[in-house]
Design a protein around this ligand. Structure first.
Ligand SMILES: *Cc1c(COP(=O)(O)O)cnc(C)c1O
Length: 402
């Protein structure tokens, strides 16, 4: 008989096999226990045939990785503690001193900041290209270019590039592409098969996804993924991931596994409500311009229409407005403050609607010709009733501009 303290640690009971429930069991571990020394020496975690340490994979992380591969049409996946960490993983794994990375001028801001700070100090150069002009990208590709980032729609301004043409330009020059696929989320279009039916498939090299947004769906989880269809590319990402020690917590994995089954339904509802609000916003004289890819006069609308033909579930839950240039900044601030349902906060993809004022002049190399001058706000539309959201914007416009 062992001591009680020992018995509570080394307990002999094992529950019966065969338990099944709608949600998978969650496995938590730093330590993974090996059956013998030979297993400890020989277990190979890299191809998911075994387990060695919590950081390198558990049944729960493997399961989430496989489901995300299904979502995005990929074959391999790595999980990271945030979407931004996923972006950093790609950069650290693939770029070396002397290399250059090309980033769209409308990219997610912190991706640009990483290039302008850490990458720069390591001797990795970057250039920003005009995502709406494939010739500009083609002209900026040099023999140093190792990676081209893509984003569709663009962050904050939501212009939709000719993604197929941008990928073709890179493929013709043998340059690897990485798409920040957070907006499309695997639902609006297939990143690894941009022209379904056309063979060989036209697709990106890597897809990065901020799972923080739609896959989490709650505004309460930070996580990211890097998905590939090429084992050797995946291994580069995976080895850097391992050496940097970028693990994810099992509770967060559980949250995303729980939210994934409802993701397509949520995305569709975000989409429908957002289109309705964007269309209505176009009727308001306070706004000089409304940006949403499904609006016929929004920049890149035809590219969006070609890539995302689905009439529902193809345009996410974001739209931006540019106020008339004669509206003062303090009036626009008052509008933001007067909103009741739209809360002031970053991120998107959760149930609660959010709004963020952006200073576009500090974010872009130049003010794009297709954007009107004025203060820009981005709305992230949650899952509230569209009538309530519209009434909220209406009452707030009245408060701020009367
Ligand atoms: C939010 C976001 C990220 C970063 O995700 P975090 O989990 O917040 O780090 C990256 N790209 C895009 C387009 C995003 O919207």
């Amino acid at each position: 008989m062992v001591d009680l303290t020992t018995a509570l640690i080394h307990h002999p009971y094992a529950p019966p096999e065969g338990f099944a429930a709608p949600q998978p069991g969650i496995f938590k571990a730093s330590t993974v226990i090996f059956p013998n020394v030979a297993a400890m020496r020989n277990f190979e975690w890299k191809d998911k045939t075994a387990y060695t340490y919590g950081l390198h994979g558990t049944p729960s992380t493997y399961m989430l990785e496989e489901r995300l591969c299904t979502l995005e049409g990929g074959l391999q996946c790595v999980l990271l503690p945030s979407g931004l960490a996923a972006i950093a993983n790609v950069a650290l794994a693939l770029l070396r001193t002397g290399d250059e990375v090309l980033i769209p001028d409308n990219a997610y801001g912190p991706n640009k900041a990483l290039a302008e700070s850490e990458l720069k100090t390591w001797g990795i150069t970057h250039r920003f290209y005009d995502p709406m002009n494939p010739q500009d990208l083609a002209a900026k590709i040099s023999h140093q270019t190792r990676l081209v980032w893509l984003e569709a729609a663009g962050s904050v301004t939501l212009e939709f590039p000719d993604l197929c043409e941008l990928v073709r330009v890179c493929q013709a020059r043998g340059v690897l592409t990485a798409l920040d696929n957070t907006w499309g989320a695997g639902l609006a279009f297939a990143p690894f098969d941009l022209m379904p039916g056309v063979r060989p498939a036209l697709g990106v090299g890597l897809s990065v996804h901020a799972l923080t947004k739609y896959p989490s769906g709650g505004g309460d989880v930070l996580m990211g993924s890097v998905i590939t269809r090429d084992p050797s590319l995946h291994m580069k990402i995976k080895l850097t991931h391992m050496r940097m020690g970028w693990g994810v917590g099992a509770n967060d994995v559980e949250s995303v596994l729980r939210s994934l089954p409802s993701m397509a339904l949520r995305y569709r509802t975000h989409d429908e409500t957002t289109r309705e609000l964007a269309r209505w916003s176009q009727t308001r004289i306070e706004f000089a311009q409304v940006l949403h890819p499904a609006l016929p006069d929004s920049p890149g609308h035809a590219h969006w229409r070609a890539l995302c033909p689905s009439d529902a579930g193809g345009a996410a839950g974001l739209f931006s407005v540019i106020f008339q240039s004669y509206h003062r900044q303090d009036q626009v601030d008052a509008f933001c403050n007067a909103l009741k349902l739209f809360k002031l906060g970053y991120s998107w993809g959760g149930p609660m609607s959010l709004v963020v004022p952006y200073d576009l002049a500090t974010m872009r190399s130049g003010w794009p010709a297709y954007l009107k001058q004025g203060t820009l706000l981005r709305f992230s539309v949650g899952l509230e009733a569209v009538t309530d959201l519209q009434a909220d914007i209406e009452q707030s416009l009245k408060t701020a501009f009367n």
